[in-house]
Design a protein around this ligand. Structure first.
Ligand code: MN
Length: 353
């Protein structure tokens, strides 16, 4: 399903390219986990975490300046920046560019002479995190990746990929029954591990991602990572902040009952908007959850709608026109806007339609 039509020889050829190899991976749990699986088998890659697919001129210079023979984007929908990716290719002679991703696609980079792998080529609506895809890919390549199935599952959980990754999740539960406390995979030991990585990133940004990557690459067994004191402490700090904000949310949230929308403003030193929106949407499944936090660039907004009665990806895009930018998935999206009042009134109008 993941790579049925894939030319495995070509993948091997790309991953074993001579010269400098660079890995650009997403700065979240799925990105870190998939990157660590790559480094377990291809340790020569130099790894760089990124928040998203934006290629600014500084990053462009950084990449081309390293004159890589091969460039791999992992868990990043870099096809959104395909013009700039093309520019990288044209300015580094002989460079091979590979993309392994699972987000919605805007452009087929295979048609531009790159190697673009995404399960959505075969199944447009499938949601399989990068850590799942790379696990499947490595298995297909004949690599001994089974001992690291736990890393794949931490990434899957981090990205909420429960529905379409059942085979790997079940195999892992069988292999590590002690980490599966019986019922809810969202609350088992591997979910704790996913929170440990996310917490490092919440607290330390890109540095946190690098620490998580390093720790996973070093860990031979799941226990090696699971009992890490440093990451346990990160998780505790973030959990405490989540609890504090959740209490405040229950007091200060603004509910629009008829429109089924809840607005809430977060005050926190941590970069925690997206995490909180996910917590709230599980508590208020019937509502569209819209959480905002003040930042230097404007209002950082996270949107969720668990039941999916409104497509918050479309909503975020539509309501931010002219005052910022926004977009995402049907049930989970983000936006950055300058004018909150305008955004809010547009949301209330939008959901009435
Ligand atoms: Mn992902």
């Amino acid at each position: 399903m993941i790579c049925d039509n894939l030319d495995i020889g070509k993948v091997k050829d790309y991953l074993n390219t001579e010269g400098k190899r660079i890995l650009v991976y997403h700065r979240d749990a799925d990105g870190v986990c998939s990157a660590s699986l790559l480094l377990k088998f291809f340790p020569d890659f130099e790894a760089i975490p990124r928040e998203g697919p934006i290629i600014d001129s500084k990053f462009m210079k950084e990449i081309t300046g390293m004159n890589p023979g091969m460039l791999l984007f992992l868990d990043i929908p870099i096809d959104q920046e395909w013009k700039k990716v093309k520019k990288i290719r044209d300015s580094v002679p002989g460079i091979k560019i590979m993309v392994l991703d699972h987000h919605l696609m805007e452009k087929d980079l295979n048609k531009l002479g790159m190697l673009h792998i995404n399960p959505r080529f075969d199944a447009p609506d499938i949601y399989c995190p990068a850590s799942y895809c790379i696990y499947k890919l490595f298995k297909k390549m004949g690599l001994d990746v089974e001992p690291f199935i736990w890393i794949s599952v931490i990434g899957i959980i981090g990205d909420y990929g429960f529905e379409d990754c059942g085979d790997v999740l079940q195999e892992c539960v069988k292999r590590y029954p002690e980490f599966n406390h019986g019922k809810d995979i969202k609350k088992n030991g591997l979910a704790t591990a996913a929170e440990m990585i996310s917490a490092a990133i919440t607290l330390k940004g890109g540095e946190g991602a690098k620490l998580g990557l390093e720790a996973l690459v070093k860990s031979e067994k799941i226990e090696d990572f699971y009992h890490s004191r440093t990451f346990r402490r990160y998780r505790e700090i973030v959990q405490r902040e989540i609890e504090r904000i959740t209490k405040d949310f229950e007091v200060n949230k603004e509910i629009f009952g008829k429109e089924k929308v809840i607005f809430y403003q977060i005050s926190s030193k941590l970069n925690i908007t997206s995490i909180m929106a996910t917590v709230f949407t599980e508590r208020y499944e019937d509502y569209a959850i819209i959480v905002r936090k003040h930042s230097d660039q404007g209002w950082k907004i996270s949107l969720r709608c668990q039941k999916g009665w409104v497509n918050v990806g479309d909503l975020a895009k539509d309501c931010s026109k002219g005052i910022g930018s926004g977009g995402g998935h049907p049930k989970s999206a983000g936006a950055l806007v300058k004018d909150w009042d305008k955004f809010k009134s547009r949301v209330l109008e939008y959901v009435k339609k």
